[in-house]
Design a protein around this ligand. Sequence first.
Ligand SMILES: N[C@@H](CCC(=O)N[C@@H](CS)C(=O)NCC(=O)O)C(=O)O
Length: 222
Amino acid sequence: MITLHHCHQTRSMRVLWLLYELEVEFNLRVHPFDRGLRSDEFLTRSPAGRVPALELDGDILWESGAICEVLCERFPERGLGRIPGEVDRPDFLMWLHFAETVSQHTAALTQQHIILYEDHMRSPILMKLEGARLENCYAAIEGRLSTPVENRDYLLTSGFSAADICVGQAVYMGRHFATLDRFPAVQAWYERITERPTFQRALPPEGAELLYKQEFYPPWPL
Ligand SMILES: N[C@@H](CCC(=O)N[C@@H](CS)C(=O)NCC(=O)O)C(=O)O
């Protein structure tokens, strides 16, 4: 049996989206994004108190990139991974894990804009820097998606994969702090992949407590 430990709008959403794409049965345990993640009970599942954590037939896994790789290998039928020997394997690993490069900047911005709720705690320099570094990541995706390859609709030449899920979800989080206005290829790709019903199912349900209460957090101070 599979159980995903999830907080809305966080990195665990990429595992949730992947599970929906894989069409496998699983239990979903939604946790509030709060100190409960540091409880003794939760730390037995994720030793640094982070989501995602995945229970998989008696094993416990954490780290979203590793979880996505394991799930793609465990359920190969939907073709969302690329196994060793496949031509796109190196690009698959590189792009799937690039999601974390994108997300580290979003995590820093989330801390600055949301977790640190008093102005004197915030750093305008850090916010500006992290916003620029997030946009550098968008530029890398833009470069990839603009590479002249026939039918370059997805990150991999061989088509949609878990790499699009991981990076797409990282962009979903990032868009709360940096828009895609200057990145037309990323914008078109983002719209394409988030139209999928599986992405829509991975969004927080109506009325759920959200991490991002605003759609966009403008650079601070204004
Ligand atoms: N590299 C890890 C990062 C996990 C992570 O930091 N998750 C965040 C949510 S996006 C979290 O659980 N934060 C809780 C906290 O820092 O207290 C992964 O990709 O799974």
